[in-house]
Design a protein around this ligand. Structure first.
Ligand code: NAD
Ligand code: TDX
Length: 352
């Protein structure tokens, strides 16, 4: 495999850190540059184990800053981009949509412009890989699954911004010939997940005997995938997809939120030496999320059949591993839940 210089954006975040780790360890001949603004969601502690590897470099920077981004492309002569930097939390997008437009839409277009400008003489040996979400497809009723042909129908400001960025990536492929690929993945879970999202928030609250907030009746369904399986899929799509192609990524693993929380409570009772049923007493039904999508379910058979990817872990096994990680990384959890997190939590949950 030939040498490549790859820009990974958002590599200090949850999924990005798993992707950076996979690429740095698996491809010593690649040079990996991790560009991240280090927002509340970006954390260099996520990458401690690889920070001194010779094929890895971290750069702090903002994808919204167009001149900084074009300068970076001129300086580094990247062969490829794997773009994960984003504002990623639906609840925050409801409180502050503009931040999502700036990073997810403008930031993506800045990267596309810089790549187009730098690579315009020969797109063939270059690649722009955009990491996206199944939320662009909208919400499902009781049945059906999202395929790559499902029409976009985003509902939240977050999913609207991701849908817009997907459209721009396709437009740069169709209009200018940029080699671009997109994947749309279902809900991820695993280590280093910021505790604003359902699973790590519940683990944190159960551990600290705090109420576990379940929106509405807990009947919304999400399709969960272990984050390392997502990283493996990104590796495969990056190396094997045809230019202009799209793949759905998901583990055929649908759960009602309330069932996820009950399973978590039971795993935590065992791990914390509590009586069975003790943690479940913390479950608290709270005011629903505005515009809450009922159900997501992703059909990833195209990826499985064409590129040979399969998820490696069953959900119960993955959740056990995830809980184990949080319980043995208390310092990480303490650091990310101090400071600004307290205000965020108060704003989101105090009056719910
Ligand atoms: P995250 O919020 O944990 O991490 C996002 C990272 O992007 C952080 O490190 C942050 O510092 C960085 N960032 C934010 N704004 C930036 C800016 N303006 N410039 C540079 N860096 C910036 O998100 P995540 O859950 O790891 O998601 C990564 C990507 O995967 C996102 O594009 C998201 O839409 C997509 N995705 C996430 C999920 C999921 O379940 N979490 C599922 C499917 C797709
Ligand atoms: O406190 C909570 N209580 C609750 O019931 C939180 C934070 C969430 N929920 C519900 C809302 C959702 O139905 O749990 C479900 C999962 O919520 P999140 O963890 O916020 O994820 P979701 O909104 O489904 O979006 C996630 O998956 C797709 C990621 O945040 C996105 O970045 C990704 O694109």
């Amino acid at each position: 495999m030939s040498d490549k210089k790859i820009l990974i954006t958002g590599g200090a975040g949850f999924i990005g850190s798993h992707v950076v780790r996979l690429f740095v360890n698996k491809y010593p001949n690649y040079s990996i540059v991790n560009l991240d603004k280090l927002t509340y969601a970006g954390n260099l502690a996520n990458l401690k184990d690889i920070e001194n590897k010779p094929n890895y470099k971290f750069i702090k920077g903002d994808i919204v800053d167009a001149s900084f981004i074009s300068g970076l492309f001129v300086e580094h002569k990247f062969d490829a981009v794997i773009h994960l930097a984003a504002e990623s939390h639906v609840d925050r997008s409801i409180s502050n949509p503009l931040e999502f437009v700036m990073t997810n839409v403008i930031g993506t277009v800045n990267l596309l412009n810089a790549a187009k400008q730098e690579w315009k003489d020969d797109f063939s040996s270059k690649r722009f890989y955009h990491v996206s979400t199944d939320e662009v497809y909208g919400a499902l009723g009781e049945t059906g699954m999202f395929t790559e042909e499902t029409k976009y129908d985003p509902h939240s400001p977050y999913s609207a911004s991701k849908a817009s960025s997907d459209h721009f990536v396709r437009a740069y492929h169709d209009t200018y010939g940029l080699d671009a690929v997109i994947s749309n993945c279902s809900n991820n879970y695993g280590s280093h997940h910021f505790p604003e999202k359902l699973i790590p928030l519940a683990i944190h609250n159960i551990k600290n005997n705090k109420p576990v907030p379940v929106y509405g009746k807990g009947e919304n369904v999400r399709d969960w995938l272990y984050v390392e399986d997502h990283a493996t899929a990104i590796d495969i799509v990056f190396h094997k997809a045809k230019a202009g192609d799209t793949y759905n990524i998901g583990g055929h693993n649908e759960w009602k939120n309330i069932d996820v929380i009950r399973l978590l409570c039971s795993i935590m009772d065992k791990k914390l030496g509590r009586a069975e049923g003790e943690s479940a007493k913390l479950i608290t039904f709270v005011k629903d999320r505005a515009g809450h999508d009922l159900r997501y379910a992703i059909d990833s058979s195209k990826l499985q059949k064409e590129l040979g990817w399969t998820p490696s872990l069953q959900f119960e096994e993955g959740l056990e591993k995830t809980v184990g990680w949080y319980l043995s990384n208390e310092e990480w959890l303490r650091e990310v839940t101090s400071g600004d997190y307290k205000k965020y939590y108060e704003d989101q949950y105090a009056k719910r």
